[in-house]
Design a protein around this ligand. Structure first.
Ligand SMILES: Cc1cc2nc3c(=O)[nH]c(=O)nc-3n(C[C@H](O)[C@H](O)[C@H](O)COP(=O)(O)O)c2cc1C
Length: 200
């Protein structure tokens, strides 16, 4: 797909059909994500991919509540997600990388030496590349934070200590062309009001 069209079409989808997403497309999504830049070429972001329908169901039940599902009608279609991808943050990988000889002078071998948490920056960049590839493949996805069941989820995904999901990507073939979520309630701010040339 043409690049500007990808940017224009990208939006969060919260409802999917039951059409499967083939493994080749899952691989292409992951490759797009993992091609993202990373601080010091640490390449600290890894991905956990869940395709088993029973595990998908269990995870979605774990990280939602009945109350939330009842109040978030637009999210009901998430239960048809065909793939879940968790971008995994590994802070320790960055501290170790910045303790290596070519980076040691940066003073970033400990957390308080970091002006920004690059482990989050890198995982976010990777996530964005994945979201763009989703559009390129004609799929839909939504990114959500994990508010409930985080500890049980860590166990279910067998995440080692110190590794955390940035959030959850629910992926499938979109089934609802209407806007859902915040954009259905809020206007997009015009670019002119958000651009500040030379100074704020
Ligand atoms: C960090 C982050 C967290 C988000 N968390 C949620 C969420 O928990 N639930 C949800 O439905 N959408 C979530 N979203 C999606 C935003 O609501 C959405 O990106 C925004 O409203 C703009 O809409 P669009 O992406 O469809 O253009 C999140 C987006 C980001 C970037």
């Amino acid at each position: 797909m043409e690049f500007d069209a990808v940017l224009r079409r990208r939006r969060m989808h919260r409802s999917f059909t039951d059409e499967p997403v083939p493994i080749e497309e899952v691989n292409a999504l992951c490759e797009a994500a993992l091609r993202a830049p990373s601080a010091g070429f640490t390449q600290g972001t890894e991905l956990v991919i869940v395709r088993d329908p029973q595990r998908i169901r269990t995870i979605l039940e774990l990280i939602t509540t009945q109350d939330w599902l009842t109040n978030a009608a637009s999210h009901q279609g998430l239960r048809h997600s065909q793939v879940l991808i968790f971008p995994i943050i590994n802070q320790q990988a960055y501290l170790a990388r910045y303790a290596e000889p070519d980076k040691a002078q940066s003073g970033m071998a400990t957390e308080d030496g970091w002006p920004q948490p690059y482990w989050l920056v890198d995982a976010s960049f990777a996530t964005m590349q994945l979201l763009l590839k989703v559009v390129d493949l004609g799929l839909g996805a939504s990114f959500m934070g994990i508010y409930y069941g985080a500890e049980e989820l860590r166990k279910l995904l067998a995440l080692p200590d110190g590794l955390h999901p940035l959030g959850i990507l629910c992926i499938g073939h979109p089934s609802n062309p209407r806007l859902t979520g915040s954009p259905s309630r809020r206007q997009r701010r015009s670019t002119e009001t958000l651009m500040h040339f030379e100074q704020w």
